[in-house]
Ligand binder design. Structure first.
Ligand SMILES: Nc1nc2c(ncn2[C@@H]2O[C@H](COP(=O)(O)OP(=O)(O)OP(=O)(O)O)[C@@H](O)[C@H]2O)c(=O)[nH]1
Ligand SMILES: [Mg+2]
Length: 443
């Protein structure tokens, strides 16, 4: 250690110096006590006493139309940006509560808004990549419920001919916030805290660029302690698929309670445990590194069969139930399997129809108990489905579904052979049936 950089809040440097010197000496005590040839080297103890910096808070939100799995992708872009910001000064990423999701339609679970991240994810794992805090905790430490500045990101109204990184404050093309002129404040959705939370400063920002392109804009801003970027999906990944990208992805471990429910289901119905399947997780993802093929997976085929809106909006990609069953049968024969797990957003009658085409096999779907459903809601059930799919010997998904993509990443982290992961079902008209690109993990 050549120099010791210390930040201490609110203390006079004159008083601090002796204390810090003692600390530095203690830190080097072994050198001092046991090195016979020890000669004092003043450069070793050079103390740079810096002004303490209080953390700043970065919040973000995503276009309300986006689903759960694209939102997870946007988290990664912002987490990489916040990690970059932390190279110079402390920033905390404030996690946007989950809610108001188009697909989360269950009526019997209460309102699906203001759901904290800890319901779905393991915060300790997230924090091994970047400092994060729940929005509710952010509100506790900001009693005025104010977000200092909100920037609503948008594309360039005129479009573009040449891609280049740029940003400009521009009039809003669309502005979902509303102004309370009596109080001189802007209000907006703010993750379901519409009435309480507000900002005095709202501006629209046309941006074309990667997430970390916003870094100078954020660091040069000296007035705001909390800044929110709305429509954060406008910015791109810094480097899609590189090792930092994968660190962010690996940090997004599902909450233990959801993994436990999924693991119980695997054990009870699918003859699948981590020990047998060779999918045991290290407690700390930063220490975990698997080679392709290390994971064997449970003795079942897993299928993500995307239905609902995809049946209408992606008619060319989504197979009929009968054709899906035909492809499943072929795989079951090839893989010599008896059990198949279906993750799907299909209504029960469609699932029943699919099952009727697969009579010779044991066909499973995860059905939550009322307690699990009301505690973890549609998002939690989707995660349980994803976790079960991630552990099968072989996975086949649906074309261009981010739900399928997230299962694929999970299998890369666990160490499956990519041939057993990057597969999809095809529509009967699609004779070529091109298979998905293999986005392999990078450490
Ligand atoms: N439980 C469960 N829910 C599903 C399944 N497939 C889709 N869903 C629901 O539908 C949502 C899918 O939305 P997204 O997360 O946007 O993924 P996607 O719509 O497949 O992909 P993009 O629209 O391309 O982003 C999920 O969040 C779930 O709520 C499934 O297999 N099981
Ligand atoms: Mg979607």
């Amino acid at each position: 250690m050549g120099s010791v950089k210390v930040s201490v809040r609110g203390c006079r440097p004159q008083l601090l110096f002796p204390v810090l010197l003692l600390w530095a000496l203690a830190a080097h005590a072994e050198d001092v006590l046991y090195d016979d040839n020890f000669e004092p080297d003043s450069s070793k103890f050079k103390l740079v006493v810096d002004e303490a910096k209080a953390p700043r808070y970065l919040l973000y939100d995503v276009n309300p139309g986006e689903g759960f799995n694209l939102r997870r992708d946007v988290y990664m872009r912002i987490a990489v940006l916040v990690r970059n910001l932390n190279e110079d000064s402390p920033w905390i990423l404030v996690l946007p509560p989950w809610g108001r999701m188009y697909h989360w339609k269950s009526k019997d679970v209460g309102q699906q808004i203001r759901i904290p991240w800890s319901t779905f994810f393991d915060l300790e794992s997230l924090r091994r990549f970047v400092p994060v805090m729940e929005f509710a905790d952010f509100l506790k430490i900001s009693p005025s419920k104010e977000i200092n500045e909100v920037y609503y990101l948008q594309n360039y109204k005129e479009g573009w001919d040449k891609w280049e990184e740029k940003m400009d404050k521009r009039p809003c093309i669309f502005n979902p916030y509303y102004f309370d002129s009596e109080q001189d404040r802007w209000h907006g959705w703010f993750f379901g805290y519409e009435e309480e939370v507000w900002t005095k400063k709202l501006e629209c920002l046309s941006v074309m660029g990667h997430a970390s392109f916003l870094k100078p804009f954020l660091t040069q801003n000296r007035t705001a302690r909390s800044i929110m970027l709305d429509r954060a999906e406008i910015v791109l990944h810094d480097r899609y698929g590189d090792s930092v990208f994968w660190q962010a992805r690996r940090s997004m471990r599902f909450a233990q309670q959801l993994r436990d429910i999924a693991d119980d289901f695997r054990r009870e119905f699918l003859d699948s445990t981590d020990e047998k399947d060779e999918t045991v997780l290290d407690d700390d993802w930063t220490q975990m590194k698997r080679n392709h093929g290390d994971a064997k997976g449970g003795p079942y085929l897993s299928v993500h069969l995307r239905r609902e809106d995809f049946v209408r909006s992606r008619r060319k990609d989504i197979p009929s139930l009968e054709h899906a069953a035909k492809q499943i049968k072929k795989l079951m024969t090839k893989l010599k399997l008896k059990r198949v797990f279906i993750a799907t957003d299909a209504p029960q009658n469609e699932f029943g129809e699919l099952k009727s085409y697969l009579e010779e096999y044991q066909v499973y779907r995860f059905t939550p108990t009322p307690e699990v459903k009301s505690k973890y809601k549609d998002g939690g059930v989707a995660i349980i489905d994803q976790w079960i799919c991630a552990h099968a010997k072989y996975f086949v998904g649906s074309r261009e579904s981010t739900f399928s993509f997230r299962i694929q990443d999970e299998r890369e982290i666990l160490g499956f052979d990519p041939e057993k992961t990057f597969n999809r079902l095809c529509n009967e008209e699609d004779k070529e049936c091109e298979q998905p690109a293999k986005w392999k993990i990078v450490y």
